[in-house]
Design a protein around this ligand. Structure first.
Ligand code: SF4
Length: 220
């Protein structure tokens, strides 16, 4: 008589053989026949992940009224969905700190120790997830930020320190004259980079440019 563990192994082999046979005669029944087929369990996961700034999947988080797409930036995301890539959405540091009715601000205004602490706090669960995936040999294809954002900009971050009251027209004019874009990470993404580096994780940084959403800008 077979012992329970031998019986289990036997049954697992028979079940595995059955699944392989079904897959052979009807390939459409299984989209993906994995090399890590394990005892009859069909593993369809791609083991590929893309990390994205929150508003790439949810334009509603942006500073009002900005948003060149209603919800998901499909011009960028469709390719990953079709490719079977999993999507890890980062939190939005601005809407979680100042809400939906915040004003648009520049990098210097967000560059404050307490805001950076907020960034690190809300990034920690995402970093834990990324670290777990990396440890399990998943491929992290990259992180996609949003150029033009003071927080999630990768190669284009708005700058122009002014402050002051919005009702003073002179302040607004001076602010506009002072405004420029810097070729550097926004505050949130600079914290993300340091936290990844502290965990010895190296990931490619990319950015969307909403004026040309179909092509991603890769950081050098
Ligand atoms: S802070 Fe980042 S996630 Fe939030 S709206 Fe701006 S670009 Fe999007």
């Amino acid at each position: 008589m077979l012992r329970p563990c031998r019986l289990y192994r036997k049954l697992r082999w028979v079940y595995g053989f059955f699944i392989r046979f079904i897959n052979l005669i009807c390939p459409a029944s299984l989209v993906y026949y994995p090399s890590n087929f394990n005892g009859g369990i069909i593993v369809k996961r791609s083991k590929k992940i893309i990390v994205v700034a929150h508003c790439i999947l949810n334009a509603n988080a942006k500073v009002g009224p900005l948003a060149m797409y209603p919800g998901v930036l499909r011009a960028v995301m469709d390719q990953f969905i079709e490719d079977g890539t999993g999507i890890l959405q980062l939190p939005c540091p601005e809407s979680s700190y100042l809400g939906i009715n915040r004003w648009g601000m520049c990098r210097e205004q967000y560059d404050h120790p307490n805001f950076r602490r907020h960034c690190r706090k809300i990034l920690t669960p995402s970093l834990d997830q990324i670290e777990t995936f990396v440890a399990a040999d998943y491929e992290i294809i990259g992180v996609i930020g949003a150029n033009g954002s003071p927080n999630c900009g990768v190669t284009k971050t708005p700058s122009g320190l002014m402050g002051g009251v919005i009702s003073d027209i002179n302040t607004v004019e001076a602010q506009l004259k002072n405004f420029c874009y810097l070729d550097q990470n926004g505050v949130f993404f600079s914290e993300l980079k340091v936290m990844l580096s502290n965990r010895k994780i190296s990931i490619k940084f990319m950015a969307i440019d909403e004026k040309n959403p179909s092509s991603l800008i890769i950081e050098k």
